[in-house]
Design a protein around this ligand. Sequence first.
Ligand SMILES: [Zn+2]
Length: 268
Amino acid sequence: MAGHATLSCEEFLDLAAVVAVDAADPEDVQRVEDHASTCPECRAHLDEFRAVAAGLAAFVPQVEPPPDLRDRLLASVAQEPRRLGVVQRIWPRAARRPRFSAAWLVAAASLVVAVAALAWVAILQVQISDLRGSLMLASERASRFDRVASVLASDKLAVKPLQPAQTAAASTGYVFLDPASETGMLMCHDLPPLQQGHAYQVWFIRGNDRVSGGMLWPDLRGDGYTMIQVPADVQSYDSIGLTDEPGSGSAWPTTPRVIGTPLKESSQ
Ligand SMILES: [Zn+2]
């Protein structure tokens, strides 16, 4: 409860992303620095986040989100305070912060995209480090950053939290949809384990139509991200769902939905 309590490593990750984009208050910066000075592993994460934040700034000119995106994010936070909780769970094991200050809420609203992007890029970094030594590394990373940056910069971007089915109650996720580029990103945490050779397939659902958006290959902890294909007329679809399918993909879902979101719910 005490504001100056020592951070756990999980809380650190949550806060370090905010500190890395210069959005934390000085007290939180101090707490992050204090923890980093005693925990080399977290120190490395913080350095990595700062490097990524600097890299993102270079890729997204001016780091200025389209004004209406900012307005929509602020409006959605005002309407639906629960969404902040979802954003907090981007780090799966992060302990919930005891209390949000008003200033923090405003910062969080304008930083939903930035923090989600940091989390995203952090995942990319981990995966990319597994490929260390590959000659493809630099160009692959550049092209992924490029695609991530172009999706985030779209003025048609929609960001939606994913809701788990009862059989996957611990799962969380987030989807970014950009119908303008027909591209999107999807990230999930704590998905139920799959049989070897299976993956989660992303479906766009409209009446009796099921359109595949791509495959998500989670790691052993059930965490994963993927770029997806988004129908240009995505606003005419009812929902998005992920199902357990053979890794080669199915023509039609063969198992019940594990996680997903309605697409029309918030239209007014
Ligand atoms: Zn630590």
